[in-house]
Design a protein around this ligand. Structure first.
Ligand SMILES: [Zn+2]
Ligand SMILES: [Zn+2]
Length: 363
């Protein structure tokens, strides 16, 4: 009989308690309903004018109420929020922005390439099932610094590898449907202050550098404060789970982008406190980046060995050997596709379209 593993820290329920995790930086846990995750950390950066909040949770009334309650503990009210910062385009990070902007008139900060995309899972397909058993650079120009309102994404069409559009595994489908309904019903507020890597934001009475870290999403940013050695990591680097890397990306090689961003994070000097969007603060950013890279290196090695075993095959055929049966589906295919494309772009193989319109990989 298989022993039930302990809950991972990213899956713990949101605690009401507000903690000061660095000078003028408060951790406020908000409840989320997302497969594989139990809370999202919204960080309040306090200064003389009030507070900036990073990643204000889902667009649900419950999340908004929890945020009000957490702010209250710190002697703050919604109207004291002068800035909302979104690390990336996933609903547990941007969802609360509209209500806050309406209540406070806060300015809204996100990367200049921010786009509402497909509903992607937050964490690697393996991690989703841990318990349930369940050299391209974005154009960085002045254009990207102009305020804009993101459009609602479409879910039509086929995937680049010839499969259906994302369809989460059976057990999660209902929850994803709910998320999608929430997402579609929501008008997105205007991003009044788009930022790019290297920009400096005055927060918590000191300067934070914007670090652009494409991979988990192309628009992902982290915030680095060299003075107090704090690194707000968003979903780029999580303490015990690996973020989902989707092949459904505008980046030709999202896995390469993710590796590069991990290297950049690992090489950042003056980091002693890492504040992830899910799970607890931790210290060694470089070590965690290395561990996540190792996980993907091992997966790439497995893809190579599957190719030797089965010869030319579709993305789905690779998925079925790479993942356990309960994980099969478009989400897993998307991760497989990202790994196959990475190897193809490295020059380790080719892909051709067969008569059914499916990509066949030969490594
Ligand atoms: Zn995410
Ligand atoms: Zn997240």
């Amino acid at each position: 009989m298989q022993a039930k593993r302990a809950k991972r820290q990213e899956q713990e329920d949101a605690q009401e308690e507000v903690t000061e995790v660095a000078e003028n930086v408060l951790r406020m846990q908000l409840p989320i309903v997302i497969p594989g995750l139990g809370h999202v950390n919204c960080f309040a950066l306090i200064d003389d004018e009030g507070a900036a909040v990073v990643d204000p949770g889902l667009p649900t009334p419950g999340s908004f109420k929890a945020l009000e309650q957490r702010l209250g503990q710190a002697g703050l009210r919604m109207k004291n929020i002068h800035t909302v910062i979104i690390t990336h385009s996933h609903p547990d990070h941007f969802g609360g922005a509209r209500r806050i902007v309406e209540a406070s008139g806060a300015k809204l900060v996100a990367h200049g390439t921010f786009r509402l995309g497909y509903q992607k899972p937050e964490v690697s397909v393996d991690d989703l099932h841990a318990h349930e058993c369940a050299d391209h650079a974005p154009v960085e120009s002045d254009e990207l610094r102009k305020p804009f309102t993101p459009e609602t994404p479409s879910f039509e069409g086929r995937t680049p590898w010839g499969g259906d559009r994302p369809r989460p595994p059976f057990k999660m489908r209902m929850r994803y449907r709910l998320m999608r309904t929430i997402g579609n019903a929501m008008r997105f507020p205007t991003i009044t202050k788009p930022v790019l890597g290297g920009d400096v934001l005055r927060l918590a009475k000191r300067e934070f550098i914007v670090v652009h870290t494409p991979g988990h999403t192309e628009d992902h940013i982290c915030l680095h404060d060299p003075a107090e050695e704090v690194f707000l990591a968003g979903d780029h680097v999580l303490p015990t789970i690996t973020p989902h890397i989707s092949g459904l990306s505008s980046h030709p090689d999202p896995l390469k982008a993710f590796f590069d961003s991990l290297d950049e994070a690992a090489a950042t000097p003056h980091v002693s406190t890492v504040l992830p969007a899910h799970g607890h603060p931790f210290k060694d950013l470089a070590a965690r980046c290395e561990a996540i890279k190792l996980h993907h290196d091992e997966r790439l090695e497995k893809v190579r060995s599957i190719a030797r075993e089965i010869g030319p095959a579709s993305v789905e055929a690779f998925t079925q050997r790479l993942f356990k049966k309960h994980s099969w589906g478009t989400m897993a295919d998307s991760e497989t596709y990202a790994h196959l494309e990475h190897l193809r772009i490295l020059g380790e193989g080719d892909a051709r379209m067969d008569k059914r319109g499916k990509l066949i990989y030969e490594l």
